[in-house]
Design a protein around this ligand. Structure first.
Ligand code: FPP
Length: 239
């Protein structure tokens, strides 16, 4: 049996379909999705997960209808406001990845406020991916490194994997051990491409608003049964 994952990342998918199934507007799916975020953050901390990274808003989500984007942004501000005390109580440290400069000012301000207030917490590190896309993240990193090379701050032959990692939004996060995606879709959708290089993938048909602590526990049990080989043979791993 492997140990439990240190870093779990989740693509929270299926809010819209959940709402449709209930004959409700998409907004109700997102509301219920925010409830699931609350439950899973607490459950992950209870399970002893050290890093939890949630894909809350992608660079491509701006292409959704304007009203839906606006509802998601309002939900974010409200959730941050409402959940702030719980993060403190549970010793959770909040951070974000992605270009937050492009977020509406109230979202950016509330996010920065909670990040600042939880910065000394020593428990689970909760990271919200907001206006995040892994291809954009890698492009930014390449551009920054190219500038440093051009200005002779780094020599080209010194550029290695750690140089790349240092220029990613995810530079302070360990590699992902377990990536969960809900709703039955089996794709990565531009999430954490570098950091999931050796992640175990777990797909479940459960829609995000229905994803409960028992579902997280099931995913962790499944992960525990997997043999992670990182390119080695099974014999080497078990030696
Ligand atoms: C995918 O469902 C989910 C999102 C686009 C965003 C995730 C947002 C939340 C869970 C709500 C609040 C978040 C926080 C962090 C408080 P979808 O709309 O793509 O579902 P569909 O594929 O069924 O249409």
């Amino acid at each position: 049996m492997n140990k439990k994952p240190k870093h779990v990342a989740i693509i929270m998918d299926g809010n819209g379909r959940w709402a449709k199934q209930q004959g409700k507007q998409r907004v109700m799916g997102h509301n219920q999705g925010a409830h699931a975020v609350r439950e899973i953050v607490e459950a992950a901390a209870e399970e002893g997960i050290e890093y939890l990274t949630l894909f809350a808003f992608s660079t491509d989500n701006w292409n959704r209808p304007k009203e839906e984007v606006s509802i998601l942004m309002k939900l974010l501000v409200n959730s941050l406001k409402r959940e702030f005390r719980k993060l403190i109580k549970n010793n959770i440290k909040l951070n974000s990845i992605g270009d937050i400069e492009l977020l509406p000012i109230p979202v950016k301000e509330e996010l920065q406020y909670v990040i600042q207030k939880t910065k000394n917490n020593s428990g689970m590190k909760l990271t919200l991916a907001l206006n995040y896309g892994a291809k954009e993240e890698l492009t930014r990193a390449v551009r920054a490194i190219a500038f440093k090379v051009k200005n002779s701050i780094i020599s080209p032959e010194k550029v290695d994997q750690s140089t790349i990692i240092e220029h990613l939004y995810t530079r302070n996060l360990p590699l992902v051990d377990l990536l969960i995606r809900t709703s039955g879709e089996e794709r990565i959708s531009n999430f954490l491409l570098w950091h999931i290089a050796y992640a175990e993938l777990y797909f479940t048909k459960t829609l995000w608003p229905d994803f409960a602590k028992e579902d997280l526990h099931k995913a962790l049990l499944n992960y525990g049964k997997r043999e992670r080989r990182f390119g080695k043979t099974s014999e080497q791993v078990n030696a």
